[in-house]
Design a protein around this ligand. Sequence first.
Ligand SMILES: [Fe+2]
Length: 224
Amino acid sequence: MLATTLRTTATRSIATRATAVAVRTKYTLPDLPYDYNALEPVVSAEIMRLHHSKHHQTYVTNLNMLEEKLVDAQAKKDINTELALLGGLKFNGGGHINHTIFWTNLCSPKDFDLPQGELLTAINRDFGSLETLVSKFNTATVAVQGSGWGWIGLNKETQKLQIATTANQDPLQATTGLIPLLGVDVWEHAYYLDYKNARPDYLKAIWGVVNWKNVAERYQAAKN
Ligand SMILES: [Fe+2]
């Protein structure tokens, strides 16, 4: 009897702690791995400051707010409210995931280096050459209607690299199953101040600040 009471008390205590931890855990805006002006002249400091400190911060703030509402709705078994929150969670959660990848996919032109090693081998195997990959990526990504993202992802089943696009803030892995290696934001907020409506010019220039070392690290982690 005493043992049962102790077990029940311990279980309740663990559950309470777990709930408390879950409620306290918040998503936070990650620091950029470089200064706001590091990507100039390809992407201006003005765009980077707004994009990171305003746009990405808003996704994080909304994601945290929606998660709190979800936890509250789950506690009340209010399935109508839970379902009504899902669209916002996908949009803001996707926005947080996508931008977190995007920042690390970029680097200063001074630190730029072409892809090497196993990543270059995979690019040549699956696309013929880096030039062909870039050309196909830009063609697919220019054609994204409205706002969205262009991606290079790894198909775990075939172990091949694939080009994909997603709409709005739909995250690549949850939407297609591909593991994201490189994402390029083609929302107008990512380029309009520098390139106006010329998305093709932005896409042509962005390859000068792609951090292929980061893409290679993601490739190694994804294929293992
Ligand atoms: Fe963005």
